[in-house]
Ligand binder design. Structure first.
Ligand SMILES: C[S@@+](CC[C@H](N)C(=O)[O-])C[C@H]1O[C@@H](n2cnc3c(N)ncnc32)[C@H](O)[C@@H]1O
Length: 198
C-alpha cells in the first residue's frame, strides 16, 4: 500500500484463488440476490464480486486500483457483467451511497484511513432493513495499526460500530503472519452482521 502500484501488483496475484470464506458465509446467510444490490468495497481482483454476480446479485464494485476494473471484467460472462457497475474511486471520495441490500468489504475498509468514519456512516445509512454487511476490521494490536493511513479499532470500538446491527459472526484472528512486509502480528475482526428488519 506504500508503493504507487502496490495494490495492482497484489491484486494480480489473486486472480486464480477461490472465493474467500467471508463471501461464502455472507451468501450462506443472505442467499441468492434475485436482483438485489450489493456493494463490493475494495474488490481487488474481483473473485468475490464474481461470486456475488453468479448468485444473482447486482453489484456496485468500488476500488481505487486503476487496474482492478479490467481484472474484474475479464473474468465475467456477458450475463454476469450486465448486472455490474464499477467505480474506480478512493473510499475518501465516495459520497452518499444509494440503498444497498448487502455490503461486502474483504480486507479493505481499514485502508480508508481517516475517511473510515465517514465511509462507515455512509454504509450504515445505505444498508436497508434486513440487509447484510461482512467485512474485516483491523484490531489495535495489529502491526498495521500504527500506520498513519490505517483505521484500526479496539474490540470495544469494533463492537460499538456494530451496535445498530445484529451481529451474526464476530471472529477474532490474532496470530503471527508472514507477509510481503515480513513477520507481522495479525489482529483482525472478521464480521458478518445484519440490519434488523424493525
Ligand atoms: C488487501 S486488498 C483486498 C482485495 C480483495 N477484497 C480481496 O479480498 O482480495 C485491499 C483492496 O482495497 C483497495 N483499496 C485500498 N485502499 C483503498 C482506498 N483508500 N480506496 C479504495 N480502495 C482502496 C486496494 O486497491 C485493494 O484492491
Amino acid at each position: 500500500m506504500d508503493e504507487p502500484d502496490g495494490w495492482s501488483r497484489y491484486n494480480a496475484t489473486q486472480v486464480d484463488r477461490e472465493p474467500r470464506a467471508l463471501v461464502k458465509s455472507m451468501l450462506g446467510h443472505a442467499g441468492d440476490g434475485h436482483g438485489r444490490l450489493a456493494v463490493d468495497l475494495g474488490f481487488g481482483s474481483g473473485v468475490e464480486t464474481e461470486a456475488l454476480l453468479r448468485r444473482g446479485w447486482c453489484v456496485l464494485a468500488i476500488d481505487a486500483d486503476p487496474t482492478a476494473a479490467e481484472l474484474l471484467t475479464q473474468r465475467l460472462s456477458e450475463e454476469n457483467a450486465a448486472r455490474l457497475s464499477i467505480l474506480t474511486s478512493d473510499f475518501a471520495d465516495i459520497d452518499a451511497l444509494s440503498e444497498v441490500d448487502l455490503v461486502h468489504a474483504a480486507w479493505s475498509l481499514p485502508y480508508a484511513g481517516d475517511a473510515f468514519p465517514q465511509l462507515w456512516a455512509n454504509l450504515m445509512s445505505a444498508l436497508v432493513p434486513g440487509g447484510w454487511i461482512g467485512c474485516e476490521l483491523f484490531g489495535d494490536r495489529d502491526t498495521m495499526s500504527s500506520h498513519p493511513r490505517i483505521a484500526a479499532h479496539t474490540e470495544a470500538e469494533a463492537r460499538g460500530l456494530l451496535e445498530p446491527l445484529s451481529v451474526v459472526e464476530f471472529d477474532t484472528i490474532e496470530q503471527a503472519d508472514m507477509s510481503a512486509r515480513g513477520l507481522q502480528h495479525r489482529h483482525v475482526f472478521s464480521v458478518v452482521a445484519r440490519r434488523p428488519i424493525d
